[in-house]
Design a protein around this ligand. Structure first.
Ligand code: HEM
Length: 149
């Protein structure tokens, strides 16, 4: 079993090491988030939804998203927020918008990621989180769920 503090520390270090091997670090996450939301804001469907919800708070939202992705991808532990209520209050969001979000995220990764493995690493996590957000918002995941057995 071992000391839980040591174990958590070792686990974080191991996750960071594996991510670093495929080129993922805080510097890349910062670039990814900046570029992704630049494209989101230019998107004709998603742009207006984000502008309405975020308005002039982009200076707050972007660092928050960087710490979210550092926590998801590097186990950084710096993000504390509640994505489910943040999305539930967005009444204009339709389930099909998630496909647009995910396609933009994939394209941004394909254009910027340091390695092909980094694309898969982020997409795996984004798909999983998108599914759970859709489940919370619409009571239904939008992507096919792999079934066991
Ligand atoms: C159709 C898809 C989506 C739309 C339209 C959307 C829109 C938004 C908006 C407008 C906000 C700001 C809410 C506010 O501060 O008032 C937000 C926050 C956030 N979004 Fe999304 N989002 C989408 C999908 C996703 C996905 C797939 C993820 C993760 C993989 C994600 C992660 C987050 C996080 C972490 C926050 C910050 C929540 C907080 O801590 O306050 N979003 N989103």
């Amino acid at each position: 079993m071992g000391d839980p503090v040591v174990t958590a520390h070792a686990r974080r270090a191991e996750i960071q090491r594996r991510a670093n091997v495929i080129g993922i670090d805080e510097a890349y996450i910062s670039l990814l988030v900046d570029e992704f939301y630049r494209r989101i804001r230019a998107d004709e469907t998603l742009g207006p939804i984000f502008e309405e919800a975020i308005g002039d708070r982009w200076d707050y939202h972007l660092p928050r998203m960087k710490s979210f992705w550092a926590s998801v991808a590097l186990n950084a532990g710096t993000y504390s927020g509640q994505p489910v209520p943040a999305h539930k209050k967005l009444s204009q969001v339709e389930q099909s918008h998630f496909q647009t979000w995910l396609a933009l995220f994939r394209q941004t990764l394909q254009d910027t990621a340091p390695t092909p493995e980094a694309v898969d690493y982020f997409m795996e996590r984004a798909n999983r989180i998108a599914e759970s957000l859709q489940l919370a918002m619409f009571g239904f995941p939008g992507l096919p769920v792999k079934r066991q057995g």
